[in-house]
Design a protein around this ligand. Structure first.
Ligand SMILES: [Zn+2]
Length: 230
């Protein structure tokens, strides 16, 4: 698989991926706010970029990560951001209770890349902190309730997956899940737990998912609009 990254707009990076099997151009959104365009092998990269450009409204409507992080913005389930005037000439951050405080030097404003970068980094930390507490609890609850067996649960940021399950039943979830509504988080958890019984996406697997979430197709569709390879 060959790929190249392009800066589509100042805040959107698009990854163009060439796939041997693909026959048409396809656009998907990644959990980290990035955009991915898959193109057939023989199509030039630049065509993928033009395609992404033509979909800019679609991208902006659906992307989870906001273009610019602003004051009092909600992060995950329980954190929010606050921008404050800081001392010195560097951006510093601190999480106090559930508030992510970003201290900005007087010569910069909110939208400065340095400030945005610091806010993103601090938000990621907060998402991890929430995920490492909330996800294992939720996995344990849903596994007990629905008779699933697993070995371990971990959280890890990845570019293109909400979760994974290996053949030893170790589960990994993306902390960006904390920015999704709970029914979608549950769907991702049940999806991965169902892999403990079927390591594929065949009918046996989907029967397992449906046993727990009878209307799973609805959640799957909503999630697909965000990222469609799960
Ligand atoms: Zn799967």
């Amino acid at each position: 698989m060959n790929s190249k990254e392009y800066q589509l707009t100042p805040d959107i990076i698009v990854r163009i991926v060439k796939r041997k099997k693909s026959r048409r151009i396809k656009i998907t959104l990644e959990p980290n706010g990035g955009v991915r365009v898959s193109i057939p092998y023989y199509v030039p990269y630049q065509m993928g970029v033009s395609f992404a450009k033509s979909k800019i409204d679609w991208i902006n409507e659906r992307r989870i990560i906001p273009k610019s992080i602003s004051d009092f913005e909600q992060v995950g389930k329980s954190h929010r951001l606050e921008f404050l005037e800081g001392k010195g000439d560097r951006v510093t951050t601190k999480v106090i209770d559930q508030i992510i405080k970003i201290f900005i030097p007087t010569n910069l404003d909110h939208s400065h890349p340095q400030v945005q970068e610091a806010a993103k980094k601090a938000s990621k930390k907060a998402l991890s902190k929430e995920a490492i507490i909330l996800i294992p609890q939720r996995v344990e609850y849903l596994a007990n309730k629905n008779n699933f067996d697993y070995s371990s649960v971990n959280v890890k940021f990845t570019k293109s997956r909400w979760g994974s399950c290996d053949n030893k039943k170790n589960l990994i979830f993306n902390p960006n899940l904390m920015n999704l509504p709970w029914d979608l988080i549950d769907y991702v958890i049940i999806h991965e737990l169902s892999h403990t019984k079927a390591m594929h996406h065949g009918s046996e697997f989907w029967d397992e998912v449906q046993r727990v979430i009878p209307n799973y197709k609805e959640q799957r569709k909503r999630l697909k609009e965000i990222r469609d390879n799960l």
